[in-house]
Design a protein around this ligand. Structure first.
Ligand code: SAH
Length: 215
C-alpha cells in the first residue's frame, strides 16, 4: 500500500498530473496484480514491466499522461485498445461509466478478464481481437486510448469518436521515434491534433482480412 501511494505522489502528482479522479483511481488499483508473475515486487517502480507474450505494462506515468489527456468523465463510454493484463482498463473503469477494451493476445485477454472480474469491476467489456478497427457496435466513444503504436492514425478510430471525443494514440514506427497524439473531434469531419511528445510503445499489430465477429 505504501509503495502505491508513494508512486502516485512522486511519479504521478509530482510530475504534474492533476486530475483528482485519476489520482484516486491510481491510489486504488493494485498494480502488482497486473504484471507478469515474479515481478510484483517491482510493481511501483518508475518503469514498464513484462506482462508476458513479449508485451509490457506501460510506465505508470505514461498511463496517467494518456488518461489525463483523454479527459475521462464519470458519464463517459471509453474504448481501450491494447489492454494487456488490464491495468489501464482497471483505472479507466473507476473513472468512466463503461469501458470497452480489446487485446489481440488471447492469453493476455483471458488474464485481464480474470483479474478484472476478481477485483469485481463489472462495467467492462473486454474482447480478444484486432482493435485497430475499433469496436463499431459499441461506438461512439467519448474517449479512445490506444496503448500500442500505430504507423498512422486508424481512420476507423476517428470515426468512432463522439463530437467532442478524444483519441490518444502513439504514432510512429517500431523502435524508432514515436509521437503521442491527442486528436479531438470538433465536428463530423473536423479534427484537431495535438502533439504530446516523444514516446516508446510496442507496435499496434493490424490483422487484415480477419474474420472476427465483433464489428
Ligand atoms: N494497457 C496495457 C499496455 C499493454 S502493451 C497496460 O496497462 O498494461 C500493448 C498491448 O497492445 C499488448 O498487450 C499487445 O498485445 C496489444 N496489441 C497490439 N496490437 C493490437 C491490436 N491491433 N489490437 C488489440 N491489441 C493489440
Amino acid at each position: 500500500m505504501h509503495g502505491r501511494l508513494h508512486m502516485v505522489e512522486k511519479q504521478i502528482a509530482g510530475r504534474g498530473i492533476r486530475d483528482p479522479a485519476l489520482l484516486n483511481a491510481m491510489r486504488l488499483i493494485p498494480r502488482e496484480n497486473f504484471v507478469e508473475k515474479g515481478f510484483e515486487m517491482f510493481a511501483y517502480n518508475d518503469c514498464p514491466l513484462p506482462i508476458g507474450k513479449g508485451q509490457t505494462i506501460s510506465q505508470p506515468y505514461m498511463v496517467a499522461l494518456m488518461i489525463e489527456a483523454a479527459e475521462v468523465k464519470p458519464s463517459d463510454t471509453v474504448l481501450e485498445i491494447g489492454a494487456g493484463l488490464g491495468y489501464a482498463t482497471a483505472i479507466l473503469s473507476r473513472m468512466a461509466a463503461h469501458v470497452f477494451a480489446v487485446e489481440r493476445h488471447a492469453s493476455l485477454a483471458a488474464g485481464a478478464t480474470e483479474r478484472l472480474q476478481r477485483l469485481g469491476y463489472d462495467n467492462i467489456d473486454l474482447r480478444c481481437g484486432d482493435g485497430s478497427k475499433g469496436w463499431p457496435k459499441a461506438a461512439p466513444f467519448d474517449a479512445i486510448l490506444v496503448s500500442a503504436a500505430a504507423l498512422e492514425v486508424p481512420q476507423a478510430l476517428k470515426e468512432q469518436l463522439t463530437v467532442g471525443g478524444r483519441l490518444v494514440i502513439p504514432v510512429g514506427p517500431e523502435e524508432s521515434r514515436q509521437t503521442l497524439l491527442k486528436i479531438v473531434r470538433k465536428g463530423s469531419d473536423n479534427f484537431t491534433t495535438q502533439n504530446l511528445g516523444a514516446v516508446i510503445f510496442v507496435p499496434l499489430i493490424s490483422e487484415h482480412g480477419g474474420t472476427e465477429d465483433y464489428n
